[in-house]
Ligand binder design. Structure first.
Ligand code: PMP
Length: 404
């Protein structure tokens, strides 16, 4: 990994803020975009822009072909069996809402149960909670141990004949914990229960092979993997997607429309109503090529070094409390310093040029469980450096002095 060369691909990283070099450590919220992704979007709008699937003319055919080529690239990236299992969405949130709504209608009835965990982002919690409330089903929530790892025994004990789905995050956006999803999926499948994995924090840090994992659904957002906002993916096994009803109605998702009824298009188009974000998908395609160029294994290994270095250096700060100390962790650290409110820490180090996220990180049930108002979260990408970690540690030390 030639970090200087990599950083040169990301124009935003070379700027100064408050007369200091920007240190961007908010990658779990959204990653920055390399020139290759920005160029792909510009190229699309300068040369190829057109609505897809419906036209016979040159530009429409060209844009359609590029969109379907991107779908083939996504299929390969996560090793799905077929492109009909790759549905383009706005992002992880829309993918999760699609499954909650459509899967819920098809398979969940009063008295049934859905299992999730206390470490979920609201996007993988509220849709299930609301779907269960609507359908008279029960949402069961597995807890965590003091290291911030899923309580597997509790989760195992929840699997029963009434369970219709397990919905779990691959990687926690607060704790960094990498869940043993393959083991959990195998266990749930023994009971014939399908499993959805929220991959919003997984796909940018780890190689993902949905066939090997054997998940039934996998959701992610382009903008957390160096692609633009507004383009994401739902992977689903064909047998479920075939049986599930459409999520939104409109153009493209239909086969034939009559006055009194409608027949629906084949997969994946049945779930892609309306004009999609073609430019965004062009960016997603370019981002995957960029990630493949670096190699997901190399990215994971480098980010792991950054994580270990940051954890070690931050540990030397007095009164620091980490949230999430699993041995299987993605590259983020969540912490509090003494009784200092996380917002205060975040505001002070912002003025030193350092961008971290503070607050509940869209995980209020987890904050209640931990009995804290929020955390400071620094999340690392492959373009971050050890020097930036040093700058973070020095800034946190200064903020502590100023605030305690
Ligand atoms: N799940 C997790 C674990 C996340 O971290 C996020 C974003 N913070 C989401 C889902 C939702 O992603 P988006 O807002 O891009 O739809």
């Amino acid at each position: 990994m030639d970090i200087n060369k990599i950083r040169a691909d990301f124009p935003i990283l070379s700027q100064q803020i408050y007369n200091r070099p920007l240190v961007y450590l908010d990658n779990a919220a959204s990653t920055q975009k390399p020139r290759q992704v920005i160029d792909a979007i510009v190229k699309y709008y300068e040369h190829d822009n057109c609505n897809i699937h419906r036209g016979v003319h040159y530009l429409s055919v060209k844009a359609t072909e590029a969109y379907e080529e991107a779908r083939r690239e996504v299929r390969q990236f996560i090793n799905a069996k077929s492109t009909c299992e790759i549905i383009f969405t706005k992002g992880a949130t829309e993918s999760l809402n699609l499954v909650a709504s459509s899967f819920g209608k098809q398979y969940v009835k009063a008295g049934d149960e859905v299992i999730t965990s206390i470490m979920e982002h609201h996007s993988n919690f509220v849709p299930w909670q609301q779907m269960c409330l609507e359908r008279g089903a029960t949402l069961r929530v597995a807890g965590i141990n003091p290291q911030g790892e899923l309580d597997l025994d509790e989760l195992k004990g929840m699997l029963n004949g009434k369970t219709r789905l397990v919905a779990l995050t691959h990687v926690s956006n607060v704790l960094g914990t990498i869940n043993p999803v393959k083991e959990i999926i195998a266990l749930a499948h023994l009971h014939g229960i399908p499993v959805l994995i929220d991959g919003a924090q997984g796909v940018s840090h780890l190689p993902v092979d949905v066939q090997e994992m054997d998940c039934d659904f996998y959701c992610f957002s382009g903008h957390k993997m160096y692609a633009p906002m507004g383009a994401g993916v739902l992977y689903g096994k064909e047998k479920f997607l075939e049986e599930m009803p459409p999520y939104q109605m409109g153009g493209e998702m239909i086969k034939d429309v009559y006055l009194d009824h409608t027949t629906f298009n084949e997969l994946p188009f049945k779930f892609e109503a309306g004009t999609p974000n073609v430019g965004g998908v062009m960016g997603l395609h370019a981002a995957i090529l960029y990630l493949n160029g670096l190699g997901m294994e190399n990215i994971a290994a480098y980010e792991d070094q950054l994580l270990k270095y940051a954890t070690e250096k931050l540990s030397a700060i007095n009164d620091i409390r980490f949230f999430g100390t699993s041995r299987h962790k993605a590259s983020l650290v969540s912490f509090l310093i003494g009784n200092i409110h996380p917002y205060d820490t975040g505001m002070i180090i912002d003025k030193m040029g350092i961008a971290v996220r503070t607050g509940h990180h869209c995980a209020m049930p987890l904050m209640d469980y931990l009995k804290i108002p929020g955390t400071v979260r620094a999340s690392f990408a492959f373009y971050n450096t050890f020097e930036e970690v040093d700058q973070l540690v020095a800034a946190i030390g200064k903020a502590r002095e100023m605030l305690s």
